[in-house]
Design a protein around this ligand. Structure first.
Ligand code: CU
Length: 118
């Protein structure tokens, strides 16, 4: 009986939005490690409308991960990690960088997010 009810609810959800399965976003998961004045990796490749999930890991000093075009700035404390996600809804090449100025390493922390059109 419970299975029947669950199947019926599932049918209702699909009926309400027949495009839901096609529109289900692809989740792309990355770990970006900040170490010795660099981000590793220095390039992230995704497709438009992917859900981009990033864990930013500091191995030493506090670090941030900023992408201006996405109005994104996330910060991880010294030796800490922070996980965040955003929808890659703009195609193109977007620089990411550490927006902190606490030490000179910040200026060299650069990378590129590449969002390809589907
Ligand atoms: Cu920094």
């Amino acid at each position: 009986m419970r299975a029947v009810a669950a199947a019926f609810v599932g049918w209702l959800v699909l009926a309400a939005d027949p495009g839901a399965q096609d529109a289900a976003p692809t989740t792309r998961t990355f770990t970006v490690v900040a170490t010795d004045g660099r981000f590793e990796p220095e390039r992230l490749d995704v497709s438009r409308n992917d859900l981009v999930r990033i864990t930013l890991q500091s191995t030493g000093a506090p670090v941030s991960f900023a992408i201006d075009a996405y109005r994104l700035m996330k910060r991880a404390g010294a030796g800490e990690a922070v996980t965040f996600a955003f929808r890659a809804d703009q195609t193109g090449r977007f620089p990411y960088y550490c927006s902190l100025s606490s030490n000179s390493d910040c200026r060299t922390m650069r990378g590129t997010l590449v969002v390809a059109d589907r």
